[in-house]
Design a protein. Structure first.
Length: 385
């Protein structure tokens, strides 16, 4: 194919990194290739721009996936002929999917003029601040994050001073925070950020008021609520939802199996002509089922618990989602018996399934020997005891 551009670059853009592939070569010659990876903080994007300018690049291409291309475009605009292509039109060869190969593919398309330019709004409508706090902070709206956001809204402090607002272990990331805070905050960015922060705080106030209201309505159910919170994965909210959805009188359900089916956490039963088909759970109470599955995922992280061990055993055979639904079923069964009998939760322990497996193995071996005509008498050795 005819070469249109002798010095070009293809960019594979992600949230935290940009992979750049530089192709240089005249028509008819094999182009030289150089690949580099840059972070998406403003300082590194400027380094990308300087590298491309030093190499004499004239054309740069990238995909228009998501919003991550926008700050890259804003830094490179005015220095190169930029092409933002439709991702559906820039499909790589099947089976060759890596960031480097994607960048190479885009560069090759730009080199041969095979990418149609998508419409890009003018700078006043497009440019974003490129503040990358989400890449550094696990919770942007935590204590440190909010202090930094308010400082950005005020617009008077330097990035170094804003980075110093970090608390606790986050102070160790001061240098990374400085890079993440080096953006292009304009007046409209501050206005929009202040609006969103006010909206978030208003929602939090409403949630706090609702929590207070729920807590007041839970007053007659303090004992069963406290009992349910003993189950691994069941916190204050999950226990409140269980009581709100099924009550505390378990006599309204014919059995624990009927309750499980009603909640939608009981495995389905579909057998025809002696063959068992899909065991997909039936539809049930969507609110209760959602909370129970969330509690199951939390229980899978509770150290030393039976539910954690059971979850990971099921996950290895059946997958994470089916394992979570199975643990949700076990949590509901426990809640039923605790509410019906007023008993506290008793955890079987992380070693319970190992003990059950050992007992089953011994019993199976004993039966096999007896079928061969032996009389077997088992005695535990001192070491095993």
């Amino acid at each position: 194919m005819r070469v249109i551009v002798e010095r070009c670059c293809g960019l594979d853009v992600h949230q935290e990194t940009v992979v750049a592939c530089l192709l240089i070569g005249a028509s008819g010659d094999r182009p030289t290739k150089e690949v580099r990876t840059f972070r998406t903080v403003t300082r590194d994007l400027e380094a990308l721009r300087d590298w491309l300018a030093a190499a004499g690049v004239t054309h740069v291409g990238m995909e228009s996936t998501g919003v991550y291309w926008r700050p890259v475009y804003a830094v490179l605009e005015g220095h190169f002929d930029l092409t933002v292509g439709n991702a559906r039109h820039i499909r790589n060869v099947p089976g060759r999917k890596t960031d480097v190969k994607d960048a190479e593919w885009i560069a090759d398309l730009v080199r041969h003029g095979l990418i149609a330019k998508s419409f890009v709004p003018p700078r006043p409508l497009l440019e974003t601040a490129n503040i990358k706090l989400a890449s550094i902070l696990s919770d942007v709206f935590g204590v440190s994050g909010r202090a930094m956001l308010r400082a950005l809204i005020e617009g008077r402090a330097s990035v170094e001073a804003i980075a110093d607002l970090a608390r606790g272990q986050l102070r160790r990331k001061r240098s990374d925070l400085i890079l993440a805070l080096e953006g292009r905050m304009e007046e409209h960015h501050r206005f929009l950020l202040a609006t969103q922060l006010r909206r978030l705080e208003a929602i939090e106030q409403d949630i706090a008021a609702l929590d207070l209201r729920i807590n007041e309505r839970l007053e007659p159910y303090r004992m069963p609520h406290a009992l349910l919170m003993q189950i691994p994965g069941v916190d204050w909210l999950v226990a409140a939802v269980i009581i709100a959805e099924i009550g505390v009188d378990m006599s309204v359900f014919l059995s624990v199996y009927h309750l499980s089916a009603w909640a939608g956490v009981c495995p389905g039963s579909h057998e025809s002509a002696g063959r068992r088909n899909s065991g997909r759970a039936r539809k049930g109470n969507v609110h209760l089922r959602t909370m129970l599955v969330g509690a199951a995922i939390s229980a899978a992280r509770t150290k030393g618990s039976y539910l954690k061990d059971k979850f990971h055993r099921l996950k290895a055979r059946r997958g994470a989602m089916r394992a979570a639904l199975a643990i949700a079923h076990k949590i509901l069964v426990s809640a039923y018996h605790m509410l019906a009998k007023g008993l506290p939760y008793r955890d079987l322990g992380e070693a319970y399934l190992d003990q059950i497996g050992q007992s089953r193995t011994v019993a199976n071996l004993k039966r096999r020997l007896e079928r061969l005509g032996y009389h077997v008498k088992l005695e535990r050795t001192a070491q095993a005891a």
